[in-house]
Design a protein around this ligand. Structure first.
Ligand code: IMP
Ligand code: MG
Length: 179
């Protein structure tokens, strides 16, 4: 698995420090709010699991699963809900937790969908941001790292469902997806 990685972009330790810092900030910002963390499966589960444990105020969690049509390394922009949230969102301050903000189409769609359900507020927390590839006007409220326009894997992020279990974030060798 490690042989398919061109280089380590963000180490385990860098991720851990950043996640702790974001958790601290969220704990302060939401101390008088009604925090519900929403993880978009599957890419954000690793980030979600670490982030929620660095949050020191009461919060609830829920999961949703969407698929951006088209496999491979690019999003098509068409989003389909595979699994919706279980919790009634009325009165919650939602924090959508994502692995990576790329074109922004997936999150833009999810955000506008959830906005119609009586939430107090909705913010976005993304571990990675690839601003060069943005196709919609969307910025995250909390961002871990800004990354270059390369395909990255690890710490939850996949290529063809693999590499999610790498503890660091690495750039995938183009030969892997050009095959
Ligand atoms: P967007 O709709 O283009 O912003 O894409 C969002 C989704 O595409 C992410 O949640 C990821 O699942 C996937 N994605 C985008 N870029 C990468 C990458 O570099 N590595 C792995 N997955 C990615
Ligand atoms: Mg993915």
């Amino acid at each position: 698995m490690n042989n398919d990685i061109l280089n380590v972009l963000i180490s385990e330790e860098e991720i851990s420090q950043k996640v702790t810092a974001i958790g601290k900030k969220i704990s302060e910002d939401y101390k008088d709010k009604n925090l519900l963390m929403v993880s978009v499966l599957k890419g954000s589960v690793v980030f979600m699991a670490d982030l929620m444990r660095s949050i020191t105020i009461p919060c609830e969690i829920d999961f949703m699963s969407v698929s951006s049509y088209g496999s491979g390394v690019k999003t098509s922009g068409v989003v389909k809900i595979i699994k919706d949230l279980d919790i009634n969102l009325k009165g919650f301050d939602l924090l959508i937790v994502e692995d990576i903000l790329d074109s922004g189409m997936t999150l833009d769609y999810i955000k506008s969908l959830l906005q119609q359900r009586g939430t107090n507020s909705i913010r976005i927390c993304t571990l990675l941001d690839k601003p060069e590839r943005r196709q919609v006007d969307l910025t995250a409220d909390y961002t871990g790292f800004t990354v270059p326009d390369s395909f990255v894997v690890g710490y939850g992020l996949d290529y063809d469902e693999k590499y999610r279990n790498l503890p660091y974030i690495g750039i995938l060798k183009p030969a892997v997806y050009e095959k």
